[in-house]
Design a protein around this ligand. Sequence first.
Ligand code: PLP
Length: 450
Amino acid sequence: PPITNHLPTADLQALDAAHHMHPFTTNDELGDKGARIITRAKGIYLTDSEGNEILDAMAGLWCVNLGYGREEMGNVAARQMNELPYYNTFFQTTHVPAIALAKELADLAPGDLNHVFFAGSGSEANDTNLRMVRTYWAQKGKPEKSHIISRKNAYHGSSVGSASLGGMTYMHEQGGLPIPGIHHIGQPDWYAEGGDMSPEDFGLKRAQELEAKIVELGADKVAAFIAEPVQGAGGVVVPPSTYWPEIQRICDKHDILLIADEVICGFGRTGNWFGSQTMGIKPHIMTIAKGLSSGYAPIGGSIVCDEVAEVINACEFNHGYTYSGHPVCAAVALENLRIMQEENIVAHVQNVAAPALKEALDKLGEHPLVGGVNVSGLMASLPLTPHKESRAKFADSGTAGYICREHCFANNLVMRHVGDRMIISPPLIITPEEIKIFAERATKALDATY
Ligand code: PLP
């Protein structure tokens, strides 16, 4: 029989296990239960093949910012597919969706970030950045200025280049990463690593690791520093207030390009259009993806400042993807940005949703299993702990988080776990009433885990 939603769940799960290789998943995890099959979605709710209505407090993978089921997005995609489904942007050709999206992004991005190099995903965009910053310095007669500094526990993607930029050691262990010339300094994770230091002192200390690494390598050898304004997949690490100003000072002083990976933070997640604005930094390049199209179409890119773009455009940058600026994806992204502006989504996050979420999280933070609250706008984590006062870690890291995630599912709630941190990153359209429902379900899951 054809494979449709009408097949029994168990049959679909068996086919899935037989033929579909899942990212970041073991067969054991799929186990006897099989994968949960999502059949449709509307607003902030998913429906699974058993008919459960599940509140998606992860916006898919931090991306469905507009929420599900926006028909305008589908209509635009269909229209564009009929008019011009594909053409490339290589070799002196272009098309209106790519032009319009690049212009729109240049208008939205702060400062002189006026140029866009498109990619199909965040990983591809960070691969672009890696090659772009090295090419930039080589074009300026400094080919040895090629080392890139990143951070432990950062996530910048899964491709060889972007996973090398990332600081996840369990990813480096597979496939012989990182590639040469990439260095990782400590993350500004006061909750996990700050010990008895004040957050401010700890933030400064971690920022100064950048200067120490630059001095060790020699500033004339360092091309760029890359970081997420707020680390997402690392567990929502909101840096202390002292961190970013010091990083900015160090990058300026040593003539190091600053790359802000805005794949999660961009497009309203932290209460401003970009996380760089929330953190008060001035990057030379911003990586974008996810919220650019609210996940409705695969598209990413690099927004590049005048100075870097001028140098790169003056040479032939031998880089690009078949789907760079794909017209359907670009049209969908444009529609996403149009709706965001029409509905004042960023102001909604800042003035309505983020304060409501903060209030709910502060209450959840009182739960005996929760050691603290990390939050910026609508991205947050609740670290689970066996001992609230000391922020102690569980001996078997990740087990409590996994169990809590299962209890979330049982209560029709999606929260992801990163180790023992429960992650919250809902669609940006979420209302205070929906946040109340989230908090009720999260409380039940925490109680069941405790
Ligand atoms: N950068 C950051 C900060 C991310 O969170 C992600 C994905 O989660 C990526 C890059 C990679 O993006 P993609 O999965 O679209 O390749």
